[in-house]
Design a protein around this ligand. Sequence first.
Ligand code: ZN
Length: 209
Amino acid sequence: MRSNESGSNGGERDRPREGRPASDQQWDAIIACDGASNGTFFYAVKTTRIFCRPSCKSREPKRDHVLVFDDARDAAGAGFRACKRCKPTGERMPDQEWVHQMTDYIDAHLQEDLSLESLSQVCHGSVFHMHRTFKRLQGVTPIVYIQHRRIAEARSLLAQSGLSISEVAANVGLTNVPYFTTLFKRKTGMTPAEFRTTMQKIEPSGKEG
Ligand SMILES: [Zn+2]
């Protein structure tokens, strides 16, 4: 089952090898966080897009979400990112990159129930460490950043879509409409309805009603 180019030892491979499901033995190593298996394989989790060493103490993934790679480069080549906690590439992920990982995740999941706990599971760090690093590099806490992104998205939906206020709220992950209205007013000085009216005066949509 070896590749046809095994003669070129140390050379560049044409393309990364694909991940495969974990064998029983590999799965046992993953759930046991078995340090003796480190270096024999890496495992990636499809839902979080992160890859780890077998010994990583991160939350146990679902087995059918796991892909196994022989080489960290193959996992990276398949679009997975190195875990901050177990550092499968042998280097510490720079804090700036880690914070980018958090903001990317937040931006892509505004509609969901984002909490520091869910963020810390996805981004593999303690809530405390994550919060402190984020604040230091981003200038605001993760919660303030999440609120900021939600209100920015709500503003553009109110200005550019025909969605109702409650639909806009749900679209930015705030199903509690009174809370959404309060937060919106605190951040913009206007209620969502006032904001929409103002925007329609500035930029008439062309359709009546
Ligand atoms: Zn890990």
